[in-house]
Design a protein around this ligand. Sequence first.
Ligand SMILES: Nc1nc2c(ncn2[C@@H]2O[C@H](COP(=O)(O)OP(=O)(O)OP(=O)(O)O)[C@@H](O)[C@H]2O)c(=O)[nH]1
Ligand SMILES: [Mg+2]
Length: 512
Amino acid sequence: MILGTAGHVDHGKTALVKALTGVDTDRLEEERRRGLTIELGFAPLTLPGGRTISIVDVPGHEKFVPTMLSGCAGMDLVLLAVAADQGPMPQTREHLAILSLLGLKGGVIALTRSDLGCKPGVEEQVRTLVKGTFLENAPIIPTSVVTGEGLDDLKQALAKLVEETPDPESGGDYRLHVDRVFSVAGSGTVVTGTLTGGPLRRGDTVRLWPGERLARVRGLQCHGASAEELPPGSRAAVNLAGVGRAEVSKGDTLAPADSLTLTGRLDVELRVLAQSPYTIKNNSVLHLHHGGRAMMCRCILLGRDKLEPGEAGFAQLRLDAPLAVRAGDRFVVRFFSPVVTVGGGRVLDPEPPAKGRYDQVRLTRLADLAAGKEPPREEKAPKEPPPAPPLLGIDPGLERALCELYREAGLEPPNNEEVEKAFPGKEAACRRVGRALADRGVLTPLSPKVRAWGESCETAKAELKKRFGTGLFTLAQARDVLGVSRKYALLLLEYWDRVRITQKIGEGRRFL
Ligand SMILES: Nc1nc2c(ncn2[C@@H]2O[C@H](COP(=O)(O)OP(=O)(O)OP(=O)(O)O)[C@@H](O)[C@H]2O)c(=O)[nH]1
Ligand SMILES: [Mg+2]
């Protein structure tokens, strides 16, 4: 079972984890120097009664909310830290909202740093904050890592909570959102993450989504102890046979080959937080967080033009990059700018139609899906056969031909559909090879529909950096330096904005 921390920066989360487990989860030099959590931290906690659970310690700083979100994947319970001398602060509220949107069911609240004195009325403020949320009836326990006050009570409260909470559901397909990747001398690439579903066994063949790479699980560990299999709710370290360090990234998902849907569009049930300062309007751009991934998306509202704070409705999210999902998955959305959490919801249909915002049949079907009813079945196009494993199944001739085509096209590539059409009869294989080349970084995914030769993009970056340094430049200037049309210059710059190579400022941009 996974217990996550939550709460505002400096409210004593990491200190509390250390006092409970003996593990300092701020392991980076920078974290220790700045006294700030930057990356997720992990520690096992043995509770009174002998049961051991895993703690995921998240950063509280506003800047690291995306990291906090990635740590929520697979979280069952929360330890919300509120500094007794300060009371609830913005990220106390934002973390609580995120955990509510993700469907967490229980937790304990620690009033930390109690030795520094309590702000008058702080317990009341906390009670008011959690009223109507899943923490409404959670115990509030004053704690201090300096005097030791409350630590035993906190452990007892956690033991009781764990006992009352059903174990994470087993059965079904395992899934693990990768939160760390590293190499171990003599073993090769190891990824870690929180396991849901499963169990995951040594010898299993996993797919590294959203890529198509298949890999065998050579070894498994939980908090340093080797295992033949791990149940859901485990912190898992997975040694992948034959996978290079560069072939898997943080945010990737390990799951069986045909268990997820790779998609660029999601029909969802979307709820706007009651305390959201913003309304979500049709066609607005949002940051989407799902599992360990974050990306931009465009929100097409279905059957309405806006969602006010506190309202829920159906929407189609059009994603900037393919995402591996399953119906029922939870997600969170943050406003484009300023970046604050505004809502979230559940995926209802990962393979939805592209059109028909006011189509009554579609809206009724979504309402049925949201209510958990099996919809009146529509005829769907037959699914593509599961992709063949790359490297084994890839036609080297086709790979060469595609590379040639993209190299020649440089910064003005044809879109994916046009590329496929150039290889009649081999469209599906072409799609596979294209994706595999993008996964390996040979091609750069400028948008869900267009890829470009990676080296051309790198050269373009170098040319523009040489010309403008970190100064501002306009789209027209970039177009002239690169000698491409406005359309392609914009495609490249918008891609760089998304992956934070450039930043858009008014009408200009600069390199970050
Ligand atoms: N006096 C006192 N200080 C504490 C206590 N717990 C934490 N602190 C201090 O509060 C500061 C922040 O503690 P952390 O545990 O790093 O806070 P955090 O919530 O993990 O911070 P982020 O991870 O950056 O969000 C540190 O200087 C701690 O020494 C406590 O019980 N008493
Ligand atoms: Mg911390």
